[in-house]
Write a protein that binds this ligand. Structure first.
Ligand code: ACO
Length: 303
């Protein structure tokens, strides 16, 4: 489709494989699959979910929210549902927002999902973007934790002055869909890769430092950092700047590509299922993306 090579993609991004939705699947279908596994793992039933939050940059529809579609597909009655729009930082923003409902005692079981069919927004003739993204979903059920466990700290940042370096220009109220918007390919992801690359490294390092700064913990005490999986070189450059043991930084971009808001929960699930994370471990989830947005969560594992 484009002038590229497997060698270029592997060395410049670290991506070897990725997953793409089939024609009859949407973001909500991936979200539902992930949600069912998380609900089962939490040992509860769908009916016990009090709130559904979906972080996504590729919703089924502009509105209503994908969270409402997911709620219906899971046959959950009597619960709230809404989407979070923070693109690749969606899960980090989602965790900060969703955990408040548990912390305040308003809800017992909050379902948070990061889900994407980002392939639907890719111009497969643009080699700057079409080699990077993949589809996927991951989910967690947030419940009350023992004192000193669970989501301990959140740090969120944004810089709306820099929306132009990464965006889907049309399809919203600023540029509604038209023949012209389609002809000009304005419904696809437009990205200045170099600018995003530089921003991502700085944002990752800054977010990790900020979320730790008021926590009383040092970087040495952190067991795992789970960064948004955008590019292996971004992860490596940031770990070098943080001077952190390379084995503490989780990477699975080789298998999935950049799955936007789904990348952190997919990686979290993989290290949880593999038994790597143990009760009491300190974990930082850290994201960066369009907006620009960035942020991190500091979690003491309570399972
Ligand atoms: N295949 C082959 N060659 C390519 C490709 C490709 N897919 N893409 C670019 N090139 C070429 C360029 O044309 C250029 O050629 P030239 O030297 O003859 O001019 C050369 O490769 C180097 O181009 P750069 O853009 O400098 O390549 P770079 O090493 O910076 O890698 C990349 C590009 C992978 C896009 C990198 O900048 C990056 O990862 N940026 C961050 C992207 C990202 O993470 N985006 C998502 C953020 S998260 C979110 O919110 C969605």
């Amino acid at each position: 489709m484009v002038d590229t090579s497997d060698e270029w993609i592997r060395t410049r991004t670290g991506i070897i494989e990725r997953r793409i939705v089939s024609e009859d699947e949407n973001t909500s279908d991936l979200a539902v699959e992930a949600a069912k596994k998380a609900i089962k793992d939490a040992g509860i039933s769908e009916d016990e979910i009090d709130l559904v939050v979906v972080a996504t940059a590729s919703p089924d529809l502009i509105w209503p929210s994908t969270a409402c579609i997911v709620q219906n597909k899971l046959k959950i009655k009597n619960c709230g549902a809404f989407d979070i729009s923070a693109v690749c930082t969606g899960f980090v923003y989602g965790l900060a927002v969703a955990s408040q409902f548990v912390a305040t005692g308003m809800y017992k079981n909050v379902l948070l999902i990061g889900a994407e069919s980002i392939s639907r927004f890719i111009d497969w003739k643009d080699r700057n973007t079409c080699v990077l993204f993949g589809d996927g979903a991951g989910a967690v059920v947030l419940q009350e934790a023992t004192e000193g466990f669970g989501v301990l700290k959140n740090y969120l940042g944004a810089d709306g002055k820099r929306i132009d370096i990464l965006k889907i220009p049309a399809g919203g109220s600023a540029i509604p869909s038209s023949y012209e918007s389609v002809e000009k390919k304005l419904h696809y992801i437009h990205m200045n890769g170099n600018e995003v690359y530089k921003f991502a490294i700085t944002a990752l390092v800054k977010s990790v430092k900020k979320v730790l700064s008021s926590s009383g913990f040092s970087l040495d005490e952190v067991n795992y950092i789970i960064p948004h999986q955008a590019n292996q070189r971004i992860t490596e450059a940031a770990s070098a700047r943080l001077k952190i043991d390379r084995n503490k930084i989780i990477s699975n971009i080789d298998k999935y590509g950049n799955t936007s808001s789904a990348s952190i929960p997919i990686a979290l699930d993989e290290i949880y299922q593999s038994g790597k994370i143990k009760y009491g471990d300190l974990v930082i989830t850290v994201g960066f993306g369009a907006g620009l947005t960035w942020g991190a969560n500091l979690i003491r594992w309570n399972k």
